[in-house]
Design a protein around this ligand. Sequence first.
Ligand code: GLU
Length: 294
Amino acid sequence: MLRTRFAPSPTGYLHVGNAFSALFCQQWAEMHHAQLLLRIEDIDSNRCRPEFSTALIEDLQWLGLRWHGDIRYQGEYLDAYRQALAQLRQLQVIYPCFCTRRDIQQETARAALAPHSEDGIAHYPGTCRRLSSSEQQDRQQTGQPFAWRIDIGQALQLTGPLNWLDENGQRHAVSDSLNDAVIGRKDIGFSYHLAVVVDDAAQGISHVIRGNDLRASTGLHRLLQALLKLPTPVYIHHPLLCDVHGERLSKRNHAPSLRDIRTSGGSADTLRHMLLTGGIPTPPIWRGLASVSK
Ligand code: GLU
């Protein structure tokens, strides 16, 4: 059985960009006679709020999204993420990182040519990867807060060369120049990257469908799957909905929320039609939506 999922984070009201993503998943599922599951990615207790979870379910129902089975809330599976982190520790492919944001900025400024990820974020300069195990222990014992980072070089040595498959059947190699990303956050204990691979496997997801902004993370997800001996889905990254200036629609640039459109009398049918037939990511959609929300 083919299975995909829509996995929003309840950090605010869903906006039209999220609606496009949800409908893209639904349309793919209908075309392929696949199941569409809904997962609420609410592990970030600093940013996620239960009222936004409730709101997003109502808004998706209004939009006409239909999902299969029960909703999975990440907050109910924290033990599974802790176990996955423990497995990575046993494999010795993660290391404690004591750097503050400021330490990292200073270090990357010093190494002016430090590599950047596809998403433009400067790579972690590797400061704590070079700590000896006694230094690591000493600092842990003093109670200094730390995150867990993956040692990409070490991890790839263990797994051997890896690749992942996109929707066109094209293979992408997992590069050894990936960033040593945070797998266990200082504040909540684990990261989105770890939770997402654990959940996709637990839910039997055959096709991950998500926005192009997450494409740069797929190599890391493939690597985590190999380390944790989890199956690898096919990845489909859809284009992001943009505004008239070509900027990605997001909360920050005031993309209209489904709630705004709904409470101001907008029609879900019109919105759905525009998002699915408008051709993306072209400005006319945005103009059309602005009139829907009025
Ligand atoms: N929760 C993520 C978001 O809202 C999506 C994660 C994914 O689809 O892998 O951007």
